[in-house]
Design a protein around this ligand. Sequence first.
Ligand code: FUL
Length: 479
Amino acid sequence: MKYPRILLSLLTFLLTAAACTVRPPLPFGACPTPQQVAWQQMEMNLFCHFGPNTFTGAEWGDGTEPEDIFQPTDLDCRQWVETARAAGFKGVILTAKHHDGFCLWPSPESAHTVAQSAWRDGQGDVLHELSEACAAEGLRFGVYISPWDRNDPRYGSPAYNEAFVRTLESVLDGRYGPVFEQWFDGACGEGPTGRRQVYDWPLFNATVERLQPQAVIFSDVGPGCRWVGNERGEAGRTNWSTLAVDGFEPGAGSPPVEVLNGGSPGAPHWAAAETDVSIRPGWFWRASETAQVKRVQELLQIYYESVGRNSLLLLNVPPDTRGRIDAVDSLRLMEFRAALDAVFAIDLAAGATVSGPSRGRGFAPANVLSGDYDSYWALPDDRTTASLTLEFPEPRTFNRILLQEYIPLGQRIAAFHVEMLTPEGVWQEIARETTVGYKRIVLTPTVTTTALRLVIDDALACPTLTRLALYHDTVYCAQ
Ligand code: FUL
């Protein structure tokens, strides 16, 4: 049988092309789900603590507050979401139920909710308003629902776990649309009868997974993302997104805070750190704390030590007794946004010539400049060290080095340093760090150079790097 010449040529072409195609590195260790990747790409979300404590000034209500105390005079969730969007946040998480047990929606499981309050004649529903506002403004909607309940008389008995499942169902069953993150607080104190609850975490997590399978579940130990181990806004300088979770649970049973802060290299579960911190001294709004709203310098430091250290930043900006974000807080957020925009306006690595080893076609060193997250530099399977050199057509002045690994394939880089070329032609070290992860921003002295070298000194598997950018920050002054 004779084949037409054109078919033979096509076959030869296809075989040659297949032989030249370099396969990507195989995933290494625990890897994030697409939802976890999308979650981390949000980078900054708004946390809103709102409820009876807003009106009493307490940090932890004891559950005996009369429902009528919840009386926002001018609730405007649209204003929260517009503020969040203007500040660059991608999602909003509301304390739908804090430890006092008061529900900001008419939960059928509780007699301590907006439905029992004189506010809007018992017809109000903050979750409804916030979820609608998020949908209208293109932000994602998330909920904090505290298992610790100082009001529910069933708290401290097995019946409470079942009731808590129904509580979750009344928020997560779709009536408020998709929920991107379920925030589980591990706190477990005494209820109104003086008893503590033994939480059924597998049941709680399974309920969220059943109703909102795309939601990332936060708790001290995940499963979706983990607590960063402090409320100061500080992720570990070494920060792995992997964590050993077997044998641990949220609250008193969680790993030591240092482990939460830095993760565990090569551990079998992906649970990136989420940094929750308040713009004010407390989690709830208080007139007396308005003078202590964090300054832009503090917010920038928090940004560098959370987003810049492979963590998501969940910044709490609590609405006031009107049900609006205080003008002082929103102005500060706009100043923070302006500062970030100024710092990250110009990528000084653009236009550089990039050289270094690579695993082959499609994984070139120059991919680190492309700005496309899915286009990355990768090394052959057997390499765990490498260096990448950037040469600039003219000297560049900078003090921030932004690096990003391609995390869908796992977190790999364990140690790196950066050198610059001095006018004398000598390579001089300007930074030495450990992990990179989804995003790492290294603060260096302000330097001017014509060439930069990134040296990966150690990695758990062949490294990937999707971004290397340089910035000159003239706004933030480290103390
Ligand atoms: C803690 C709570 O006890 C605080 O009140 C606050 O909600 C914080 C985010 O989590 O565990």
